[in-house]
Ligand binder design. Structure first.
Ligand code: IMP
Length: 180
């Protein structure tokens, strides 16, 4: 079977494992301060891309914390989202009255998270904030309030540290750009 990822290879490293580690530490420190009196915090990891970021971030969080996961798909091509979001895996827990922090790998158009934030508010969450490791600000089509942003990056397709192209490269310990 033809694999679309065969046409691409790693172009170069954008952020090293060490740069990512320092950034994740910074984000965790702010989260620990902000949620000291709002525990237990519910971390919602967005599958699949956020799994590595969430695992690293969570191990630096010192306030009482619980976990749940969602999987969303947006209709569109492999590299562009359309804004129409489908919930493929929903939460297992009720979030009414809970303080929720969505943990996402990357914001591109922002349409997925804009939809999700509204959806979680509508379920009665006490607060819904967003923590995203990467944000392609120039590609944002909607204004998504990202409380905890790791790196602002150019509008290039990136892989590694959980992010894939056609399901490849998620296990790279660094973040890289791709070339044809
Ligand atoms: P948005 O709704 O356009 O913000 O789409 C965000 C989702 O698109 C992310 O959760 C990723 O799954 C995917 N995505 C966007 N840009 C990239 C990229 O550069 N590499 C890998 N996945 C990406």
């Amino acid at each position: 079977m033809a694999d679309p990822s065969d046409d691409y290879e790693i172009a170069g490293e954008l952020y090293s494992a060490e740069e990512i580690r320092l950034k994740v530490e910074e984000l965790a420190k702010r989260i620990n301060e902000d949620y000291a009196d709002r525990a237990p915090l519910l971390l919602i990891g967005i599958l699949k891309g956020a799994f590595i970021f969430l695992a690293d971030l969570a191990r630096l969080i010192e306030v009482p914390v619980q976990f749940d996961f969602m999987a969303l798909s947006s209709y569109g091509s492999a590299t562009k989202t359309s804004g129409v979001v489908r919930i493929r895996k929903d939460l297992d827990v009720e979030i009414s009255g809970r303080h929720v922090l969505i943990v996402e790998d990357i914001i591109d158009t922002g349409l997925t998270l804009s939809y999700l934030q509204r959806n979680l508010f509508a379920r009665g969450a006490a607060s819904v904030e967003i923590c995203a490791l990467l944000n392609k600000r120039a590609a944002n089509k909607v204004d998504v309030p990202i409380k905890y942003e790791g790196f602002s990056i150019p509008d290039d397709f990136v892989v590694g540290y959980g992010l894939d192209y056609a399901e490849r490269y998620r296990n790279l310990p660094y973040i890289a750009t791709l070339k044809k």
